[in-house]
Write a protein that binds this ligand. Structure first.
Ligand SMILES: NC(=O)c1ccc[n+]([C@@H]2O[C@H](COP(=O)([O-])OP(=O)(O)OC[C@H]3O[C@@H](n4cnc5c(N)ncnc54)[C@H](O)[C@@H]3O)[C@@H](O)[C@H]2O)c1
Length: 342
């Protein structure tokens, strides 16, 4: 077993900072050895905070550092496939946050790069699979406790309070379906054990005009059907009034599982002149804090133990295909079949 996995992380924005901090402080067997961002001041500040040995504003240069074992990619989504290829070609193990990239052609570039380096670990960041509640739901489904999965309903709502950062991120996000719904689509595939075959995407701009300019929606929904007949329903928005709300219901032939159907951050109930209430997680970073640590811990454990992660590059392409079909359906108003063409 390799003693310490030395990691270089690219992208130090909203989530990139979180991953960098987690690697530096919370992942056993890992070291944050290098960081990279095009924003030189950001690199300097984060390096000082976590005492990082090597700093870069150029990704290729970071990948050429022979000390590094692995690269964590948290840059804007349209750079993912190219950076995956560069890092793998440089001999590094790669963790890339979702989505795999913003076009199917780019997802294929990532697939080819992963196939060309079978001895390297590649993992995609679908962190919900590493959240304790979602992982337990999966275990119970696999054990047959709710019978056959009939429907997965999943809501992903971002709070209004974080809208400033969200609007800055929107132009390079790939759109609501590719950016937000990928998580719900991955869950639908994971819980049903089947690929999405038909989608009907809906949505509208209810408040933030930028989404209209981007041919996108600030509130969107999609109904889907899988190869095995199971159904899914997703709703996503950027205008939630009470913090980050992610809730999922899995209805089976013998039972139902619900995760976070009130979005509470803990068991505290506040009872005062305004009534009785629980507090929400304020943002996605606090909701998924432990899942972000767990997924990188699994990536590092795979490298140290010489095994491959459950989440593959092909999951990334399959989810992107379904998300694209949702986007096209939203734009055309038609129910669409998910293409399986390359
Ligand atoms: N899994 C999740 O829950 C989750 C949540 C948020 C974001 N993400 C994903 O993480 C990625 C980053 O999202 P974010 O919200 O942190 O974005 P962000 O816009 O906050 O940050 C992006 C960072 O990348 C830097 N950057 C831009 N181009 C670069 C380049 N060519 N090389 C190096 N650095 C570059 C920017 O300067 C910025 O610091 C996206 O792909 C997004 O989909 C995933």
């Amino acid at each position: 077993m390799k003693k310490v996995v030395k990691i270089g992380s690219v992208g130090l924005g909203r989530l990139g900072y979180e991953h960098a901090k987690n690697i530096a402080t919370s992942i056993p067997g890992a070291q944050l050895t290098a960081i990279c961002d095009i924003d030189a001041q950001r690199v300097k500040d984060v390096a000082a905070e976590f005492d990082v040995a090597y700093t870069y504003t150029n990704f290729e240069e970071m990948c050429a550092n022979p000390e590094l074992d692995a690269i964590v990619i948290v840059s804007p989504s349209m750079f993912h496939a190219d950076q995956i290829k560069i890092a793998l070609d440089a001999g590094k193990h790669v963790f890339c946050d979702k989505p795999l990239d913003t076009t199917i052609a780019k997802c294929k570039v990532a697939e080819k790069a992963v196939e060309a380096h079978p001895d390297r670990v590649f993992m995609l960041g679908f962190m919900r699979r590493f959240d304790e509640s979602y992982a337990e739901a999966k275990r119970r489904i696999a054990a047959g406790e709710i019978g056959k999965v009939v429907l997965v309903r999943s809501y992903t709502q971002d709070p209004r309070t974080t809208i400033e950062g969200t609007l800055k991120f929107a132009p390079h996000s790939g759109g609501q379906f590719l950016d937000m719904c990928v998580h719900d689509l991955d869950l639908i595939r994971w819980f049903t054990g089947s690929e999405v075959k038909k989608v009907w995407g809906l949505g509208g701009v209810f408040e933030f005009d930028l989404y209209r300019e981007l041919n996108d929606a600030d509130n969107a929904a999609a109904t889907v059907q899988c190869d095995n007949g199971a159904m899914g329903f997703m709703f996503t928005n950027r205008t939630h009034g009470a913090g980050c709300n992610v809730e999922t219901e899995i209805i089976g032939t013998k039972g139902t599982l619900r995760i976070a159907n009130v979005g509470s951050r803990n068991l505290l109930q506040i009872i005062d002149g305004a009534g009785a209430r629980s507090e929400y997680y304020p943002d996605f970073l606090s909701r998924w804090h432990q899942a972000y640590i767990n997924e990188i811990a699994e990536f590092v454990a795979c490298i140290r133990d010489g095994r491959k992660p459950e989440v593959t590059v092909y999951d990334g392409t399959a989810v992107s295909r379904a998300a694209y079909a949702c986007k096209e359906s939203f734009e055309s108003g038609e129910m669409l079949s998910v293409s399986s063409d390359d």
